[in-house]
Design a protein around this ligand. Structure first.
Ligand code: COA
Length: 254
């Protein structure tokens, strides 16, 4: 185990992100949020073809570090804690590779928001889901009332966020908060098996499908449209002629 609180390891084409702050149930500090953002950039630019995110020890993630955010001034809380979290969670959601969350333990508050970013959630039978923030006098600020609503529906989120319901793994499957239920301790194995299935599919077609689905959800419409436009334009004769003309200091002949 390394000193980093979020570790990136590679198993061939699989990139494995492990949150490893076991003594605090993998609660995320500001430094960990920044680390996650940087790791997502590294993964996106790498040749990894599929990603798993999981936690070490008994929790997936018990949320944002309560000590860390409660010590902040209101303005700083909004400017840094909330916005930095959005940057990191957006980066995870918008990775070009499919992301599988293996929920090896509770996913609460920011931990639930982290799980929401994944394209597929595998949940072990002992796991609980919830948004306890209002019980602490705060709101879910890392897209727990936005992306979570888009992906799970308003009523399910309302039950957690406003009424404080904690859902079991079985309920999470019924409510489509999670996609696959497995026995305790078998999440990572199931995640690796699913990753192998992903690897049998065409990488570029999968990447395009993910982008289009994200756009349909309103996740990253502008970026997807321009990425697709850029993809087509960058393979065109027109671009080749435009670049040749620029280098040869002449007018292009389109
Ligand atoms: N931030 C900071 N520390 C946290 C944390 C969080 N979100 N969640 C847990 N921890 C810490 C606990 O303070 C404790 O630290 P300590 O041993 O130094 O006292 C350690 O992690 C273990 O937690 P503990 O409460 O003893 O474990 P438990 O198994 O009895 O309970 C939970 C597990 C998840 C039910 C409970 O820890 C909890 O309610 N955590 C807060 C969840 C939350 O509100 N998240 C949203 C934050 S915005």
């Amino acid at each position: 185990m390394s000193d980093r609180l979020i570790e990136l390891t590679r198993e061939g084409p699989l990139a494995l992100l492990t949150i490893q702050r076991e003594d605090k149930l993998n609660a995320l500090t500001a430094e960990m949020v920044d680390e996650l953002f940087e790791l997502c950039r590294t993964i996106d630019k790498s040749d990894a073809q599929v990603v798993i995110i999981t936690g070490s020890g008994k929790a997936f993630c018990a949320g944002g570090d309560i000590e860390a955010w409660s010590a902040r001034e209101p303005q700083d809380f909004a400017r840094r804690w909330i916005r930095d979290g959005h940057d990191a969670f957006d980066a995870l959601t918008r990775l070009r590779q499919p992301v599988i969350a293996v929920l090896n333990g509770h996913a609460l508050g920011g931990g639930l928001e982290l799980a929401v970013c994944a394209d597929y959630r595998i949940v072990e039978e002992q796991v609980k889901f919830g948004q306890p923030e209002a019980g602490l006098g705060i709101i879910a600020g890392w897209s727990g009332t936005q992306r979570a609503v888009r992906r799970f529906g308003a009523q399910t989120v309302r039950r957690m966020s406003v009424f404080g319901e904690l859902f079991t793994a079985e309920q999470a499957i019924e409510l489509r908060l999670a996609d696959q239920l497995v026995p305790k301790g078998e999440g990572l194995e199931a995640g690796r098996a699913l990753a192998q299935k992903v690897l049998m599919r065409a990488e570029t077609a999968n990447e395009l499908s993910k982008m289009l689905i994200n756009a349909a959800e309103g996740e990253e419409r502008e970026r997807v449209l321009e990425a697709l436009g850029g993809w087509i334009a960058s393979g065109s004769e027109e671009l080749r002629e435009g670049l040749s003309a620029f280098r040869e200091k002449r007018k292009p002949k389109f």
